[in-house]
Design a protein around this ligand. Sequence first.
Ligand code: SAH
Length: 470
Amino acid sequence: MPAGRLLELSVLPVFYKLSGRRVLIAGNSRAAVWKVELLAATGAQVDVYAVKPDARILALAAQAGNVRVFERHWSTNDFAQAVLAVAEAEDEREALALQKAAASAGAHLNIIDKPQWSTFLFGSIVERSPLVIGISTDGGAPVLGQSIRARIETLLPDGLRRWASAARAWRPKVAALGLDIHARRKIWEKFTRLALAEPERAPADHDLASLVQGAGAEPAATAQTGMVMLVGAGPGDPELLTLRAVRALQSADAVLFDDLVSQQVLDFARRESDKISVGKRGFKPSCTQEDICELMIALAREGKYVVRLKGGDPMVFGRANEEIAALEAAGIPVSVVPGVTAASAAAASLGLSLTERNLARRLQFVTAHARGGSIPNDLNWKALADPLATTIVYMGVRTLPEFCARLVREGLPPDMPAVMVERASHPDERSLAGTLATLPGIVAKAGVKGPALTIIGPAALDRSALKHIS
Ligand code: SAH
């Protein structure tokens, strides 16, 4: 086993500068046409050998000044001066002949769709040139590679190419400032944060000016205030994160998260970031709202980019207002990334429209948990007992019997449908269906532990009956 941290590296990703160098392509298939296009885009001199060249190859040759077509079979001499060769081989014999010809010219060889006979492979590419990402499964699972590519594509806004090329243009200017390595690194860290935070915007000269401003001075003089983003972590399933949430997580210096946030969501955070639990089982035995605000302010004052990750949507029963007010009072920039609230996730898994025409004219979210743990005493029961409403009760497992009984007393029929959804969007999600009269008993028997909410109203009817899992 080779020494070092990597146990095995089946292929080495390298990025070949091909501009002006000669590459040879022997073949005529769709895959070959694509390789001609790809290699021509690098600025290489692309020489194609095909007895009857495909019309698309001829078209490329006509368009691009660096593609030449030779209407004949390849020969060993054609490999001279080529740094790379890409070819089709009918069988192993032809592959061996190609290998010999490539080796004699010192060229690396890719045999299309035959990784076992190739000395180099093409990966899937995410192109934000000059930012280029290559993905390989060592020929093992190209389709997996493509779908990973699709995921990365969605994570990287197209505008990043402009920032990557601005960095390339600015690099000599930053070098000319004569700063030490730490100061230069700081500049590039600030640049990176800006590029990832505002990728859609074109970088401008004033960005460079503000990046280098004060660089190299004493740290105290240049101390930068960080910022805080309140980010919705969604109901649990990481697939339900927004792209903006993922981007925020991937550029965070510190991530403060609640008990409700799932590990799979946390896995999206930048590897080097500090991940700090501020839930009930958090970094302090009883982590109060004030502690959380103080910690966020302290981290931001160190210049950190802080992600405050909250279950569901931060603006729904998330005490976001207190955090925003504290940060604003401390002069720290704060912004919010919305998330999928638990009610939306529960409705989606039950296939339940919360605003069924003629059944539910109103949709209301209510908490059944006041400071002391009992039902808040200022709820508007008249509104909650509206027979044409869908009511979603958050934080209401313990008070469910009392809540349902009260709704009946306020005038809702005891057979009004009610369904509790526990751990919506998690693999162990459960739903318990009943009515205002029966649900409390069903829930008590089932022993609900995880976060759960209750959907009450005529709209909770049909689908919930179908999906009864207990
Ligand atoms: N901001 C969150 C709500 C926080 S209050 C959101 O938008 O979803 C906490 C309550 O949310 C829990 O008591 C429970 O009622 C509900 N909840 C959170 N995650 C849930 C989930 N995965 N399934 C069901 N209910 C959930």
